[in-house]
Design a protein around this ligand. Sequence first.
Ligand code: PBG
Length: 332
Amino acid sequence: MTMTAAYPALRLRRTRASGWSRRLHAETVLTPADLIWPLFITQGQGVEEPVASLPGVSRWSLDGIVARAREARDLGIPCLALFPNTPPELRSDAGEEALNPDNLMCRAIRAIKDAVPEIGLLTDVALDPYTTHGHDGLVDAAGYVENDRTADALVQQALTQARAGSDIIAPSDMMDGRIGLIRGALEAEGFHNVQIMSYAAKYASVFYGPFRDAVGSRGLLKGDKKTYQMDPANAEEALREVALDLGEGADSVMVKPGLPYLDIILRVKSEFQVPVFAYQVSGEYAMIEAAAAVGAMDRDALVLETLMAFKRAGCSGVLTYHAAHAARLLGA
Ligand code: PBG
C-alpha cells in the first residue's frame, strides 16, 4: 500500500467528517437485492405458527407463503429459500416424502411460481425435514449416514424440485460427490438453467438449533452431524470443499454459519473469485433478537451492521431471516 502523506497532512478523519462524505467514500453497499429470505412452510390453510426459538419468525401455510413472496417482491428481495415442516406421519426412515412431487415443498414452489413468477426460488436438498431420525441422509444399522446411497436419493430430490419449478438447487447435506451427480441429472433432463448453490463449507454448528425447531427435527435427531458437516477447527478443508463443488459444477457456493466464519468467506472469495453467499443462520438471528430484547444493543443497527459485514468480506448475498426487516430499513 502506498501512503501519499503522513500526519498532519494526512488525516483519515477528514473524509469521515460529514454524512455526505461518508456515503461518497463507502467501499461497500448493501441493498435489498443482496438478500435471500428463508421461509418455513407448514400444512393447512390460513395457518401461521410462530417458532418459539426464533421470535418474529413463523411457519406459514401455502397462502401465507405466497403472501410473503409478494411482500418480498415489493421489497426488492430477489429470492426466497424454502424449508418444509413435514407432518410427522409423512416422515420415514428413508425420507421418501422428499421425492413426492406433491410434497409441501413442491406445492409451495408451484404456488409461488403461479402467483409471483418474477421471484427466484432456492430449494434445500437434504433429507432431514423428511426423516424420522433427523439426519440429512440414509443411515446404516450403526447410525452412520451412508454417502453414496444418500447422494442417489438427493439426485432424485433435486430433480423433483427442479420439475416443480425450483430455480436454485441448494444441497445442504455435505455428502461427497453429490454436486456432480445432481448437475449431471439436471443436464440430462434439460434443466440447463437450473442453478446449483452448494452449501460447500457447512460446519457442524450449534447455531442451527432454532432451525431444527422450525422444521421439527430437533427432538428427532439422533446423535450429531459431525461425520458429514465440517469441524469448526478447519479452514483449509473449506477451500478443498469449495474447489470440489466448483469442479463438479456448482454455480455459487455458500459458507454457513455466517458471522463466526467471515474468515472462511474472505478466504474462499480471495482464492476462487466466484459468487459466494453466506447463511446468517437461525442461531445468529436468535442471538441478535435476544440481545435486542434485553436492550443490550439496537436491533436495527445490529441487523444492518452484520449484513454489511458479509458484503465487505466478499459475499454476493446473504440468506437471512431478517431479510424483510432489513429491506425496509434500507428504504425499500
Ligand atoms: C438441513 C439444514 C440446516 C440448516 C439449513 N439446512 C440444519 C442442519 O444442518 O442441521 C440450518 C439453517 C439455520 O440454522 O438457519 N440440512
